[in-house]
Design a protein around this ligand. Structure first.
Ligand code: FAD
Ligand code: NAI
Length: 467
């Protein structure tokens, strides 16, 4: 039987990053993945394919709506959805092959098959053809990720009533896409098909979209998406989803209790994801799950069985690729006797709509809830020369700082390139910068980043320069 120091089950961003770091630290490392390609949800049916389609559809949107303003004339514009999806598949293919290369380069043994516990130190790998092999290990890291959830009365038929996975592979542009859930997936994939010409209606249970984001950003995003043509039913409870031939009927109750019936040709169910532990045979080792079905871990990401750890979407916390990566690194560095740390408050959240939305640290609502006395600085993108030059004038930067110390406690933005600019907020907050520290740093002109400096100036002394 082959023996390892660390065996990782699942090759998503949590698992494969943990494997690379473990190999770097000199551990004999193996990774088990049930699918033939590495990279998990994120690389195969999540982050990467969704961004590829978001980018393609954004090019189309720009050509359709914005080129003329820049003096660029196009006489005929068309969409080849098949080609767009093929390009997306090729981006996924290159990226997942890149992970296989990294496994090879770092001398990590890759097993293809379902990993399940025989004991705390023995894992069985069952291949597709039902043949199996067992391996021995000192430590195990469970990194089995998550799967989409549905509502009890919905049957996902994967054709017309779909999850994000199918929405990434449609063969036709929906005429009317009904999106159940106004969270990250609903708005990102809703944006893709809106840009490609679909009518898109979002039905959200709460009174706002993207709950969890700072309220001001959520409001602005709603306003901008409405301007782009997306339709919303907020405070609306879906009660029935029914397929009738090529149509889907969604019945719901709005906040006044009135019943509405919406007809579309596709319904995307995007109401969250659940931790995935099926097939692990956790019963054999009595690893505990919490009340939400997540693998229960302590502050060291260790389960109730001392040599078994768990990371990423399968444990508590934000279901984000970079959070899973941090946790993978944390676990193996801890095993190597190092003292890593993760500041969960500084894991940024990003929504890749256009404009992009990003936030890190406390939202204003959280600051209020925690009784922190705070001040807010903000600056609109439209006041920037850079934004006027590109035409991306929607959105703003909002910086929340401690009233007394001026330390930045929240950094939120909606606007062009917010997904990349949020790294500035993370750096500033990781080094416990004050708003004035940010305001005194030189920001290249003309850039979208200047809005960050201006918002910091506004937070410090209400002295933004260009307002
Ligand atoms: P996963 O990526 O889910 O990987 C788990 C792996 O374990 C899978 O490959 C699975 O096959 C394998 N596995 C499970 N059980 C077994 C077993 N018993 N044996 C062997 N293998 C097993 N996050 C972001 O940060 N940014 C984004 O832009 C983003 N976009 C997203 C878009 C979509 C449409 C979706 C669905 C998700 C998106 N996410 C994004 C979330 C992100 O994909 C997840 O947070 C991330 O993949 C979690 O990583 P993980 O390693 O915990 O698990
Ligand atoms: P989500 O949690 O972001 O949003 C789900 C939405 O559905 C919420 O607004 C919720 O109020 C609503 N909802 C729940 N029940 C409902 C009901 N019965 N009727 C109507 N609305 C209902 O979940 P989503 O969008 O499915 O994404 C899952 C996870 O994937 C997210 O937690 C996110 O972390 C991750 N993800 C991250 C991305 C990114 O970082 N850019 C992109 C896509 C996904």
């Amino acid at each position: 039987m082959s023996e390892f120091d660390v065996v990782i089950i699942g090759s998503g961003p949590g698992g494969y990053v943990a494997a690379i770091r473990a190999a770097q630290l000199g551990f004999r490392t193996a990774i088990i993945e049930k699918y033939p390609t590495m990279g998990g949800t994120c690389l195969n049916v999540g982050c990467i394919p969704s961004k590829a389609l978001l980018d393609s559809s954004e090019h189309f949107e720009n050509a359709k709506r914005n080129f003329a303003e820049h003096g660029i004339e196009i006489s005929e514009l068309g969409i080849d959805l098949k080609k767009m999806v093929e390009r997306k598949n090729s981006v996924v293919d290159q990226t997942t092959k890149g992970i296989a290369y990294l496994m090879d380069k770092n001398k990590i043994t890759v097993y293809e098959g379902v990993g399940s516990f025989v004991s705390a130190t023995e894992i069985k790998v069952t291949r597709k053809d039902n043949s199996s092999e067992s391996i021995k290990t000192r430590y195990v890291i469970i990194a089995t990720g998550s799967k989409p959830v549905s509502l009890p009365f919905i049957t996902i038929d994967k054709e017309r009533i779909i999850t994000s996975t199918e929405a990434l592979n449609l063969t036709q542009i929906p005429r009317h896409l009904l999106v159940i859930g106004g969270g990250v997936i609903g708005l990102e994939l809703g944006s893709v098909y809106l840009r490609l010409g679909a009518e898109v209606t979002v039905i959200e249970y709460l009174d706002k979209i993207t709950p969890g984001m700072d309220g001001a950003l959520s409001k602005e995003l709603l306003k901008v998406l409405k301007k782009q043509g997306m339709k919303f039913w907020l405070s609306t409870t879906v009660t029935k989803v029914e397929r009738k031939g090529d149509k889907v009927i969604v019945e719901a109750k709005d906040k006044k209790g009135e019943v509405l019936s919406l007809e579309g040709d596709y319904a995307l169910v995007a109401v969250g994801r659940r931790p995935y532990t099926d097939g692990l045979n956790l019963e054999a080792v009595k690893v505990k799950l919490d009340d939400k079905g997540r693998v229960e871990v302590n502050e060291n990401l260790q389960t109730n069985i001392p040599n078994i750890y768990a990371i990423g979407d399968v444990v508590k916390g934000a279901m984000l690729a970079h959070k899973a990566e941090e946790e993978g690194i944390f676990v193996v560095e801890s095993l190597a006797g190092q003292n890593p740390h993760i500041n969960y408050n500084l894991i940024p959240g990003v929504i890749y709509t256009w404009p992009e939305v990003a936030g890190v640290g406390y939202t204003e609502e959280q600051a209020k809830e925690k009784g922190i006395s705070y001040k807010v600085g903000s600056f609109p993108m439209r006041a920037l020369g850079r934004s006027r030059a590109s035409g991306d004038t929607d959105g703003f930067v909002k910086i929340i700082a401690d009233e007394k110390t001026d330390e930045v406690i929240g950094f939120h933005m909606i606007g062009a390139r917010a997904a990349d600019l949020i790294a500035d907020g993370v750096t500033a907050m990781e080094f416990r910068a004050s708003a004035e520290d940010i305001a005194r740093m030189s920001h290249a002109h003309p850039t979208y980043a200047e809005a960050v400096r201006e918002a910091a100036l506004d937070a410090t002394e209400k002295r933004a320069l260009h307002m």
